[in-house]
Design a protein around this ligand. Structure first.
Ligand code: GLU
Length: 422
């Protein structure tokens, strides 16, 4: 086993799985089925060369990935991340968490993830479209509405999802909206999909606050990351009367102990491209955000943001993981010792894939729901999942993370068992 600092995200994911699966005694419950191995090895991972003709004439060569981790409970499902640091190990970890996430909220999907290793933000619009469509063409029949359904993740959104649907249509010669979720409403997307992950994070915080007897109107929160997840989580917290006193992004951080004007900050970021420079707050060092004197901390950026060193200095009583894998295994143990309540990623950020499921259902029926209906159904799923996890944590005397893993692993193991040994 590599030492902690050399652990990849996939190593951490497997370590956590092993830690939590132990008490489920899979081998004893399903003798000879080797479910521990079955559930920790991806069904299929592909890494492929992607060649892109740049507008100025030369050629960019890079790698694309798709990991289909597990489909025991339904078709593979998971987002696409376009980022310069994406690699196969990261995509494996993210795909691993996806199948656990869909099991925690009990939606009928497995788990997958994909990505392209690219400095996507610096491509031109035409290059972005060509690269996204190339990715779909290379994967060919590997993606489809009953097989593997991509969605947005870091640096991808509605625009890319519409391109994916279009590329799939060109390749297969027919419309199939349910091949991808997170599309614009104009081409078959769902109301409420863009804000869904942030909304789900907020529903979980509401549930946790009730249990912890925290009055949200008296609470302060800090949000790390101001992408789609962070900005919506911040907005819903703000609307509920929480003082969001600090926010960071890749470039910097701002704070205001009276509470930041989040709608104003969102407008500022739309124009300036970063939180720094917002008149309603003071700039400070990005990485100091974790140590702010707040009640609630929402990591909503990339993996491994909360290390053990940072965990020592966290003052929040509640951490709501908007990102995937934001806390290292060491930091998880440390936060537990400190008595910090952590709403784990596979529960906390499951609102996105839940509304993806609603979108897929709407596409299959070609019958579309109102924004109110989407939010109502999302709340029902998130609250039910939160309460099941909290009840498991209470009965097993364990953390919410261990409880979420226990429920998810048991559900997937049961499905795998029922499907047979082959
Ligand atoms: N990328 C999101 C996640 O990590 C959403 C996946 C989806 O909607 O399929 O959960």
């Amino acid at each position: 086993m590599p030492i902690a600092s050399e652990m990849t995200a996939f190593d951490s994911a497997k370590a956590l799985f092993s830690r939590y699966a132990e008490s489920l005694q899979l081998e004893k419950r399903y003798p000879g089925r080797r479910l521990h191995e079955r559930l920790t090895l991806p069904d299929r991972s592909v890494e492929f060369r992607l060649t892109l003709q740049l507008d100025r004439g030369d050629t960019l060569i890079t790698q694309g990935y798709r990991v289909q981790f597990n489909d025991d409970r339904g078709p593979y499902k998971g987002g696409l991340r376009f980022h310069p640091l994406v690699d196969l190990e990261e995509v494996k970890a993210l795909a691993f968490w996806m199948y656990l996430k869909t099991a925690v909220v009990e939606i009928p999907f497995g788990g997958a993830k994909g990505g392209i290793r690219v400095d996507y933000e610096n491509l031109t619009l035409a290059e972005k479209e060509r690269l996204t469509k190339k990715y779909v063409l290379v994967l060919g029949d590997e993606i489809g509405p009953e097989k593997d359904i991509p969605a947005p993740d870091v640096n991808t959104g509605e625009r890319e999802m519409a391109w994916i649907m279009d590329a799939w249509r060109m390749h297969h010669g027919r419309y199939e909206r349910g091949v991808v979720t997170g599309k614009p409403v104009a081409v078959g997307g769902s109301q409420g999909r863009t804000s869904a992950t942030g909304r789900g994070v907020f529903f979980c915080i509401e549930e946790a606050a009730r249990e912890m007897k925290l009055d949200l109107a008296q609470c302060a929160a800090a949000v790390q990351g101001f992408g789609n997840v962070g900005r919506h989580a911040a907005l819903f917290l703000h609307q509920a009367g929480v003082r969001v006193t600090a926010v960071s992004d890749v470039h910097g951080a701002i704070r205001n102990s009276q509470g930041l004007d989040i709608p104003g900050l969102i407008r500022h970021v739309q124009e300036a491209g970063q939180v720094a420079g917002f008149k309603g707050g003071d700039s400070f060092a990005r990485d100091d955000l974790f140590f702010e004197p707040v009640d609630i901390l929402v990591p909503a950026a990339l993996e491994n943001a909360i290390t053990a060193e940072r965990a020592e200095r966290i003052q929040a009583r509640l951490v709501a993981e908007g990102a995937n894998g934001p806390t290292t295994p060491d930091a998880i143990a440390l936060l537990g010792e400190k008595g910090v309540t952590v709403i784990p990623d596979i529960l906390c950020n499951a609102g996105g894939v839940t509304v993806s499921y609603f979108e897929w259902v709407q596409n299959r029926q070609e019958f579309y729901w109102s924004a109110e209906q989407v939010d109502h159904e999302l709340r029902a799923v998130m609250v039910r999942a939160y309460r099941q996890v909290a009840a498991e944590a209470a009965s097993q005397r364990c953390t919410l993370r261990e409880a979420a893993y226990r429920l998810a692993i048991a559900r997937v193991a049961d499905a795998a068992h029922r499907r047979g040994a082959q």
